[in-house]
Design a protein around this ligand. Structure first.
Ligand code: PMP
Length: 294
């Protein structure tokens, strides 16, 4: 079912509106000039995992684009919780988005109103579940993550997703599930909606998130690995090094922990460490739901 004609409600500037009526004008600044930021969160068992971190990052992303979202993190948290309750889902994906409105058209947008909407829908698996378990196939993207002097690369800003959609579409045309993007220096960066981890000699290696999103799932996984006594090395990784890694997985709110079997010419075998962290991650998000409910 298309996304603009579903049942339910969307939280829109402080009100619940029927899903199909949550519309904006075509002369919205956010649409023309990418003055918009968003989040992706997941609810498990009726509770949103790391909700505060996500909603704080939403506010911070807005600041990086030069605007203040007119709600506090508490208000955004409450709006997410109420929208989830109205939608009546246990497990769901939560999408807050903030954008500049239509009061001004042109690059300058100083006096545009900042809007906020929250939509929640069911999104069980980001990748094909059958493929996901044996490891997804990933292409090497032609597009690179920009120099932080070129774009506010720490923001979860819609404009930065142009690079992701171009890369993902090119990969899908070749039969791959996703694309790995290098950064402007040629270092391994991330996939189009998830961060990356590699395994070598029982240790985890992950790129330093200095010009791409430092995922909340990435930080959770680092914590889970350390709790298991697995060493985590954050460093610059060059694509030539991919030969030396035995396992690879990606992680993100939507993707959760997803094993990777190949990236372009490189091959990986999902193994013990990937399996352990997949299981630990799902146990953690479920335990969180129970702890919050208690
Ligand atoms: N990188 C990109 C480009 C993403 O879109 C996402 C998903 N938000 C991530 C990484 C992972 O971030 P998180 O774990 O906070 O969802």
């Amino acid at each position: 079912q298309p996304f603009d004609s579903r049942d339910g409600v969307i939280w829109f500037d402080g009100q619940f509106v029927p899903w199909a009526e949550a519309n904006i004008h075509v002369l919205t600044h956010g649409l023309h000039y990418a003055s918009a930021v968003f989040e992706g969160e997941r609810a498990y068992g009726g509770k949103i995992f790391k909700m505060r971190e996500h909603n704080q990052r939403l506010i911070d992303s807005g600041k990086l684009l030069g605007f203040d979202i007119p709600y506090t993190v508490d208000e955004i948290d409450r709006a997410c919780v109420e929208t989830l309750a109205r939608q009546g889902f246990e497990d769901a994906y939560v999408r807050p988005i903030a954008w500049r409105g239509s009061e001004m058209m042109g690059v300058a947008a100083q006096s545009t109103k900042i809007h906020l909407a929250i939509a929640i829908w069911q999104w069980p698996s980001y990748f094909d579940p059958a493929e996901r378990l044996k490891g997804i196939r990933v292409d090497l993207a032609e597009w690179r993550r920009p120099d932080p002097r070129t774009a506010p690369s720490k923001a979860k800003a819609t404009g930065l997703y142009m690079i992701c959609t171009l890369s993902k579409h090119a990969a899908e045309r070749k039969g791959y599930a996703d694309a790995m993007m290098l950064d402007w220096r040629g270092q391994v960066a991330e996939c189009t909606g998830a961060n990356m981890f590699f395994v070598k000699d029982g240790k985890l290696h992950t790129p330093m998130p200095d010009c791409f999103l430092d995922g909340i799932t990435r930080r959770t996984v680092i914590g889970l690995a350390k709790a298991r006594g697995i060493e985590v090395i954050e460093r610059a990784i060059m694509p030539e090094e991919l030969d030396g890694f035995s396992e690879c997985f990606i992680c993100g709110t939507a993707a959760e922990v997803t094993p990777v079997s190949e990236i372009a010419q490189w091959r990986f075998t999902p193994g013990e460490i990937t399996k352990t962290l997949m299981d630990d991650y799902s146990a953690t998000v479920r335990a969180h739901a129970k702890a919050v409910a208690a």
